[in-house]
Design a protein around this ligand. Structure first.
Ligand code: SF4
Length: 254
């Protein structure tokens, strides 16, 4: 490649210029969809570098009349049990969840109809109960039953992923684990085949998970959270989820 070509392409690859352009163009697209009467949503994956943007994004959702906000947890794998209560990233996650729950409550009180979804951490349901306990204790039992009915993580059960080559995976995070290919077997055959050890474990009810998940008082709500996170960190998909941000007291193992 020539020096002039490198120079010419440089501005399009610098982060600040690219992100500014992408933001403005995305917002323009959102406005066009909204004005055409389409239901629109924004998705936010939180990291320690963008945590401070969350209040501004929630304001944007309101100012722009956006219908749906999807909050995705980043996989904070690698952080063990030590100092879980004081861990800055876990505290950040808890603050973000408080912010979301408070925003939902405020929207409801003001009669604004918006949908909020959180993803990639099934401990959110349990954390919602701790939030309710302090604010609406009379609702606790009803919401708990709803969460148990939901049943927590459902990768390999109610969630599936088929990649661009036709390979089937338990969900989008399991692309390194191939259950079979649709050109060789039907989806039904692949999906119900519990001779595969991972699928046998995911479809077990309740799942057999070890560590603090196995001892957790809220396993029926969370289902042991994200198995791929445990597998990636420890090599064992049935060990506890290292992404749990709840304290030992909150899960009843203290
Ligand atoms: S300890 Fe495990 S099962 Fe319990 S809330 Fe945390 S991730 Fe879920």
């Amino acid at each position: 490649m020539s020096a002039s070509a490198l120079t010419a392409s440089a501005p399009r690859t610098t982060n600040s210029a690219a992100s500014k352009g992408a933001f403005d163009l995305s917002l323009e697209g959102i406005r066009l969809c909204r004005d055409a009467g389409l239901k629109v949503g924004v998705r936010f994956t939180m990291t320690k570098d963008n945590f401070q943007d969350l209040p501004g994004l929630l304001k944007l959702v309101e100012d722009e009349g956006i219908d749906r906000f999807y909050f995705s947890h980043l996989n904070y794998a690698g952080r063990g049990n030590t100092n879980r209560r004081d861990d800055a990233l876990h505290q950040m996650t808890r603050s973000a969840m408080d912010l979301l729950f408070d925003a939902c409550r405020e929207y409801q009180e003001r009669g604004l109809n918006k949908e909020f979804t959180t993803g990639n951490n099934d401990a959110d349901g349990v954390y919602l109960l701790t939030w309710l306990q302090a604010r609406f204790p009379e609702k606790l039992e009803h919401i708990r039953k709803k969460l148990v009915q939901w049943g927590g993580n459902s990768s390999g059960v109610n969630v599936a992923n088929i990649d661009n080559l036709g390979n089937v995976h338990p969900d989008t995070m399991w692309w390194h684990y191939n259950l079979g290919n649709l050109r060789q077997r039907s989806f039904g055959d692949i999906w119900l085949d519990v001779s595969d050890p991972l699928m046998a474990g995911l479809k077990a009810h309740p799942r057999k998970v070890g560590g603090r998940c196995g001892a957790c008082a809220h396993f029926d709500i969370c289902g042991g959270n994200t198995r791929v996170r445990a597998q990636q960190l420890t090599g064992d998909p049935w060990s506890e989820d290292p992404g749990c941000y709840l304290s030992d007291e909150e899960i009843g193992v203290a």
